[in-house]
Ligand binder design. Structure first.
Ligand code: MN
Length: 284
């Protein structure tokens, strides 16, 4: 099932080129009061929600996908986790290209561990990316994004995929420079998640998915998640040793080679096999 959030926080299920409005399914979510439980309420109750979505999908109003503004399918993550330098060929290009490394040593994910991106940087593809800091190089990074379903800590690799709610495409936007990643990658709109959440039952193995990104129709990145240094189960296990994972946490698994700059007016098209495709505009 492909679940999206669109327009004015409508909930939809994707059916071919259409979206079926199943917003009413949100009525099954419990009402909450302060302090709200950590994590995304819809992802935390995805099991109940799915039943309602399936029931409503048969009769819901349909609209063309092309006419909808797609938002991040996760509205309220507890955290966005990033994986630095998690493809060998990206490690190579980052070590060789001063435009990427800015004179800093490029280490391995074993040495860096993980990083966090501000939740306020999260947008959907329909919202576009704002290229703040016009004098700086701003890069795209296409990534497989994992959305945590069942939270936990000290999760074992063998059990890790049972904690996944689903998958999406992530674009981890980055200002190149010497500042800490959490600063360079947390500007408003610098975490794009979309075009929808594909529930985990549709992707048995996230370790063999092609992924691509083109800019203005020109292919820039083309790889496969089989080249991840830390694969999805390892990333979940590694992250959950440090921080408790909550429903809706987003893990951006790292980008393959081919990163490069974008400027206002550019359109990024990102695709992940079995997930989908999204166009994202860059604006000033
Ligand atoms: Mn990245």
């Amino acid at each position: 099932m492909k679940i999206c959030r669109y327009n004015d926080d409508r909930l939809g299920v994707v059916d071919g080129d259409d979206i079926v409005d199943v917003t009413q399914a949100l009525d099954v979510l419990p009402s909450v009061r302060w302090p709200v439980p950590p994590g995304d309420l819809a992802i935390a109750h995805l099991g109940d929600l799915r039943g309602e979505i399936e029931r409503l999908a048969a009769s819901g109003e349909r609209l063309a996908r092309s006419g909808a503004v797609l938002k991040s399918p996760v509205a309220n993550p507890d955290k966005i986790i990033g994986a630095p330098v998690n493809y060998l060929k990206h490690q190579d290009e980052a070590q060789k290209d001063a435009g990427i490394n800015f004179g800093t040593d490029v280490k391995t994910i074993n040495e860096y561990g993980l990083f966090l991106k501000a939740n306020s940087s999260l947008v959907g593809p329909g919202e576009g990316v704002a290229a703040k800091f016009p004098d700086r190089r701003i890069d795209y990074e296409v990534e497989l994004a994992v959305v945590v379903g069942r939270g936990g800590r000290d999760i074992g690799e063998g059990d890790a995929l049972s904690h996944v709610a689903g998958y999406a495409i992530g674009i981890d936007m980055s200002v190149r420079g010497t500042e800490d990643r959490s600063y360079r990658k947390s500007l408003d709109s610098f975490s794009v998640l979309g075009p929808w959440l594909v529930t985990a039952d549709e992707i048995a193995d996230p370790g063999g998915l092609d992924l691509e990104l083109s800019v203005n129709g020109e292919m820039k990145q083309s790889s496969n998640t089989s080249f991840l240094i830390f694969d999805v189960p390892q990333l979940i296990a590694y992250a959950s040793r440090a921080f408790t994972l909550h429903p809706g946490d987003i893990i951006m698994t790292g980008t393959p080679e081919g990163v490069g700059p974008v400027a206002p007016g550019d359109v990024m098209t990102a695709w992940v096999e079995s997930v989908g495709k999204m166009d994202v505009e860059v604006r000033a």
